[in-house]
Every structure is written in C-alpha cells, then in structure tokens.
Design a protein around this ligand. Structure first.
Ligand code: ADP
Length: 190
C-alpha cells in the first residue's frame, strides 16, 4: 500500500499543529514539525539550538540545510512509518525540492499539500492568545509575529504554485471550529 505523505501548510497561527494531532492518530502517521524539532534542540542547549534561537526569536527562518538535515534524520529513523505529516516544512523552494528528492529515492511521493487559509487579522489574534499561555517567546511580541507572517508571504506562500504544478495543492478554509476544520481536511484526503 502506498504511503500517505501530507504537507500541512499555512501561515503561522493557521492551526497546523492542532490539526496534526488528530491526523497523526487517525491515519497513524509520524508527525514531523521542524518548529518542534528546533525547540527541542534549544531546550537541549545543543549547538544547533544555539544557532537557531536568535533567528526564531526574531521571527526569521532558520537555514535550509539545518531543517533539511533534521527532516532527513527523522525520516531515516522511521523507515517503517505508514506516512508522515510535514508541519511547518517545507517553508522555502529549496526545502520543497530537497523533500521531493528524498521522497523520490524512496518512491513515496507527497500525496497532498493541504493549505489552511486564515485571514491575517485572525492569525495575529490567535498567536497573541497562544503567547499568553504557551510560553513561546515568538508569540508574545506583535513585531515578531508580523515578521513571521512577512517571511511566510515572501518565502513560503509561493510554494502553493510549486505544489499546484504537481496537482497536489488543496486549499482548506482554516476558520471555524477545530472539529469542522478536521472534517474539511479528511474530506480533502478522500
Ligand atoms: P509557526 O508556524 O506557528 O510560526 P513553527 O513552530 O512552525 O511555528 O516555527 C517557529 C519558528 O521556527 C519559525 O519562525 C522559524 O524561525 C523556525 N522554523 C520552523 N520550521 C522552519 C523551516 N522549515 N525552515 C526554516 N525555519 C523554520
């Protein structure tokens, strides 16, 4: 049976992490969130974490080579997975190309890119709300949030065209209850 490899896409605050939690359980997939992996490196005070921290605190993207290497390691550690949910990755064209190259070797291509769409004002509100409880420093400061959204618009949003060209891009309305949005995602997966 072919594997289910999903790119869960969307701007910061779109709900990728929240929706991943359900999808990994339902489809028995392995969750690969580069944001979570980077925060684990910071917590462990590793060399990589130290390098990433300043960029993350400013709301800028971490170098492609670093996140691609982390994804490669995790995929190799889960060779028997039924599939992966890529959450917060790829964020640049170089990352998308590297991911395709890694999956091509295994002959397990991306099944679909599900893009959660949420208006910008709603994103800022959600992130500031999350910042009040999550302890994530990059969610506390509105200037940092705006910078993350700007990085998304400039470097990440163009990936919609990359996946459209492969016939894999599916837009999902990301406003509504968590359950409603989950239903929309499952329907898109067929
Ligand atoms: P959110 O999508 O809510 O902003 P993430 O946890 O996905 O949160 O990302 C937090 C930060 O981690 C980003 O602002 C960026 O600095 C860094 N990061 C995460 N994933 C990547 C990636 N694929 N490429 C570059 N930087 C990344």
């Amino acid at each position: 049976m072919s594997k289910l490899n999903i790119v869960l896409f969307g701007p910061p605050g779109a709900g990728k992490g929240t929706q991943s939690e359900f999808l990994i359980k339902h489809y028995k997939l392995v969750h690969l969130s580069t944001g979570d992996l980077l925060r684990a490196e910071i917590k462990a005070e590793s060399e990589l974490g130290l390098q990433a921290k300043d960029l993350m605190d400013r709301g800028e993207l971490v170098a492609d080579a670093i996140v691609i290497g982390m994804i490669r390691n995790k995929m190799e550690a889960h060779l028997d997975a039924k599939g992966f949910i890529f959450d917060g990755f790829p964020r640049t064209r170089a990352q998308a190309e590297a991911l395709d190259a890694m999956l091509e070797v295994k002959e397990e291509p991306i099944t679909a890119m599900l893009a959660l769409e949420v208006p910008e004002a709603e994103l800022v509100k959600r992130l500031l709300d999350r910042g009040a409880t999550s302890g994530r420093t990059d969610d506390k400061d509105e200037a940092v949030i705006q910078n993350r959204i700007r990085e998304y618009m400039e470097k990440t949003a163009p990936l919609k065209e990359y996946y459209s060209a492969q016939g894999k891009y599916k837009a999902i309305d990301g406003v509504g209850s968590i359950e409603d949005i989950t239903q929309r995602l499952m329907k898109a997966l067929g």
